[in-house]
Design a protein around this ligand. Structure first.
Ligand SMILES: C[S@@+](CC[C@H](N)C(=O)[O-])C[C@H]1O[C@@H](n2cnc3c(N)ncnc32)[C@H](O)[C@@H]1O
Length: 289
């Protein structure tokens, strides 16, 4: 039975994840083109933890313009898997085969459920597994000889508010990020069977036997004054960050910023923006396996 390990209600995240896909579409397309470029014709790409499918759709589009291929979606949450399938279906025509697999990415048998891949993409999912190193090994087993693993993990946390929003005390954004860091440590510690990975992803990829290990980072840079879609994503970010432990004053400030009928509503501000960096860690399976 597919399930997640992190205690997060992912189904309730579907709407904000879809909104994030919309504002990230352009940069997702750039990343997809870059990763698809070295792949052979008719490539198979597996998107593990595909979420609402924004990146899966970008990969499918990149495959489609090259003549076609196959995209395999893997997620442990049925509602998200079906959303990702729809997102890909809306993006491409018949020359890209779409396969959806409901599975736990931590399952040791995952590679038996999917075809061998030229590229495995896993964005912001491995850190939700009990043992991230075992998770990497499982993804490596899904690769064809010469296939690439690309993990989007880490980077620089989102900035979207001015230092002083005029509600509560200045510096709210930094305190939200600090609270989120503490929440994250608790989330990791609360996963049953949680194992620490006391080093960086490049070493995990090397340890898993991959070659040509490296990384690149990309920016999401949507400056103020922002579109309605970006403002909505800023509100989503605030709501998500507020699950950490905050002072009464900060909690009150966040609820005023999130009140859609109040005068402090963040969606009314002309000074909000989205700026973040994501790192993609890459490694290649030996051709000689
Ligand atoms: C933070 S979201 C990332 C979504 C997308 N990859 C992105 O970067 O926007 C994590 C996704 O991984 C899925 N997920 C969490 N734990 C999982 C597990 N053990 N196996 C498979 N999918 C999992 C969630 O359902 C969700 O779709």
């Amino acid at each position: 039975m597919a399930h997640t390990h992190d205690g997060i209600d992912w189904t309730s995240r579907l709407a904000p994840m879809r909104r994030a896909d919309a504002v990230e579409a352009e940069v997702n397309s750039w990343v997809a083109d870059r990763l698809v470029d070295p792949l052979p014709d008719g490539a198979t790409i597996i998107d593990v933890g595909s979420g609402s499918g924004g990146m899966s759709a970008a990969f499918a589009t990149a495959l489609s313009v090259r003549g076609g291929g196959r995209i395999v979606l893997v997620d442990a949450v049925p509602e998200l898997l079906s959303a990702a399938r729809s997102a890909v279906g809306d993006a491409v025509g018949d020359n890209v085969e779409v396969v959806a697999v409901l599975a736990d990415a931590a399952s040791p048998g995952l590679s038996d459920l999917v075809p061998a891949a030229d590229l495995v993409w896993a964005s912001r999912v491995l850190h939700h597994l009990p043992d991230e190193r075992l998770g990497v090994s499982g993804l490596v087993r899904m690769l064809r000889p010469g296939g690439w693993l690309a993990l989007a993990e880490g980077g620089l946390s989102t900035r979207c508010l001015p230092w002083d929003v005029g509600v509560g005390e200045p510096g709210l954004q930094d305190r939200l990020v600090a609270a989120q860091t503490a929440w994250y440590a608790g989330m990791r510690a609360g996963i049953e069977g949680s194992v620490r990975m006391p080093y960086g992803w490049n070493l995990a990829l090397t340890e898993a036997g991959l070659l040509e290990v490296g990384a690149f980072s990309f920016l999401l840079d949507l400056p103020a004054p922002a579109s309605e879609a970006v403002r909505s994503s800023v509100a989503d970010w605030l709501a998500w960050m507020a699950r950490g432990e905050l002072s009464e004053l900060d909690r009150e400030a966040v609820s005023r910023l999130l009140d859609p009928v109040g005068s402090d509503f963040v969606g009314l501000r002309d000074d909000v923006f989205l700026l973040s960096a994501t790192t993609v860690h890459l490694g290649r399976r030996s051709v000689a396996v």
